[in-house]
Design a protein around this ligand. Structure first.
Ligand SMILES: Nc1nc2c(ncn2[C@@H]2O[C@H](COP(=O)(O)OP(=O)(O)OP(=O)(O)O)[C@@H](O)[C@H]2O)c(=O)[nH]1
Ligand SMILES: [Mg+2]
Length: 423
């Protein structure tokens, strides 16, 4: 078995933001110096790099946890905390990154050399120096940094190629790749010789075409039989399929039945049935293929599929096939890009979202904004409590509570603290 790995799960955490500091300037002979607590540093990011030199996700078998550094805390004399160290994760070009929990696509790393920040480090909290105003000269509070979350990410490699070679096992797909390109895949007279995709580059009239040879497909492939899912994934992005059959039926199989079976599996796997095809009738150097060809040609042409006869053994018949493939590719849309469905980086940033629910007579305010707010307040300090009230008003919590029926004296719960509602 090869070391080809095309799926992996990893956990990632961007760094927490550092806490702001509460500090007052001290100097000989100077009493009650001003607030000088510095801000916390930003946490480190988690980024991904589409590495053209990587071809499998094997590395993630050995390492699956990635944690960026936390931002440093702020300190006296307006000293800002240091930035947390970022982490860069290398993946093969064509890797799709999903949030494992929701299944939503977070990034498609399909551009060679591209770097994407997926999880941003938490922002550092403000030190008390930030909260000084002419009327509030000694703020006794600062804000904590934003705590980031751990994400489980599903990585999935979908081969990037213009053309995918599909067909029943042993029909000669790998041999065709070796005839057309410099690739040297394993070729042998048994089923499932190929166990992972092989890529080759074909140069035709000055145009570079990337060809992918995938393992043979069998009946039930779309249900996962013979590792069908794992193989079909690699033709999902190809723009054109070369459907290869052993037209001589050299193993006693019927190429017409195989052709129909493979098409059935393709149609049952996503949108592969609509992918343009060229039918390649291989092994014409062997005798007795004419009758099979007559039956198959009728079927393929009825489906609008161009048909070519070749022999990978002798190298005959490929020129017109390649002309046709190049013509088709010129008219086909570019490779499928998986659109981003979920923005992970924002999820680590503070938002002002909150929700109000009822627990008997108590109004309960929840949401990320609330936890962070409660952490920011020094409830022994009147200034800090006033600031807390103003913030609740500013982000709309007071209005929303009133709208939900809270009145003077109603009980409001935020995190594990209870307050009287004061309008
Ligand atoms: N006579 C003849 N034999 C061929 C031709 N093309 C391939 N073969 C032979 O058919 C056998 C299978 O070839 P492969 O290229 O490994 O077939 P495959 O479709 O890649 O097979 P899997 O990887 O198992 O799906 C080998 O013994 C090849 O030498 C051909 O045009 N003529
Ligand atoms: Mg093969």
């Amino acid at each position: 078995m090869s070391n080809f790995v095309d799926r992996a799960k990893i956990t990632c955490k961007a760094g927490n933001g550092g806490n702001g500091s509460v500090s007052f300037h001290r100097e000989k002979f100077v009493q009650n110096g001003g607030p000088d607590g510095g801000d916390g540093g930003t946490g480190g990011d988690i980024s991904f790099y589409a590495d053209p030199n990587m071809h499998t996700l094997l590395d993630f078998r050995f390492r699956s946890k990635y944690t960026a550094g936390n931002g440093g805390d702020g300190a006296a004399a307006r000293c800002k905390g240091k930035r947390g160290e970022s982490v860069l994760i290398k993946v093969p070009v064509g890797t799709i990154i999903r949030n494992a929990e929701t299944g939503a696509v977070a990034a498609d790393m399909d551009v060679p050399g591209e770097t994407r920040v997926l999880l941003r480090g938490g922002r550092g909290g403000w030190g008390n120096a930030h909260f000084a105003t002419p009327t509030r000269q000694a703020p006794n509070f600062a804000r904590p940094g934003i705590k980031t979350e751990v994400y489980t990410l599903q990585l999935e490699l979908k081969t990037m190629a213009d053309i995918g070679l599909v067909g029943y096992p042993n029909v000669g797909k790998s041999t065709i790749l070796s005839v057309l390109t410099a690739a040297r895949p394993k070729i042998a007279n048994y089923h499932f010789t190929t166990l992972s995709p092989n890529l080759g580059i074909l140069r035709h009239h000055g145009q570079d075409i990337v060809l992918a040879d995938i393992p043979g497909l069998v009946e039930g492939a779309a249900d996962g039989v013979g590792l069908g899912h794992d193989f079909l994934r690699h033709v999902e992005r190809t723009r054109l399929l070369l459907h290869v059959v052993d037209i001589a039926g050299s193993e006693g199989r019927d190429p017409v039945a195989d052709y129909e079976q493979i098409n059935l599996e393709l149609s049952r796997y996503g949108e592969l049935a609509e992918r343009p095809q060229i039918l390649v009738c291989n092994k014409t150097d062997l005798g007795g293929w004419e009758e099979n060809f007559a039956r198959l040609q009728a079927k393929a042409e009825a489906a609008g599929t161009p048909v070519f006869c070749v022999s990978a053994a002798t190298g005959k018949g490929f020129e017109p096939l390649l002309d046709k493939a190049a013509d088709l590719l010129a008219t086909l849309p570019p490779m499928q890009h998986f659109a981003e469905e979920e923005r992970l980086e924002d999820a680590n940033q503070l938002d002002n979202r909150f929700e109000i629910s009822r627990d008997g007579k108590v109004f309960v305010v929840t949401g990320g904004a609330m936890d962070h707010l409660i952490d920011s307040v020094n409830f022994d300090d009147e200034e800090s409590v006033n600031w807390f009230h103003r913030t609740l008003r500013r982000i709309g919590v007071i209005d929303e509570l009133r709208r939900c029926g809270a009145q003077e004296g109603s009980t409001v719960r935020i995190a594990d603290m209870e307050f009287d509602f004061v309008d």
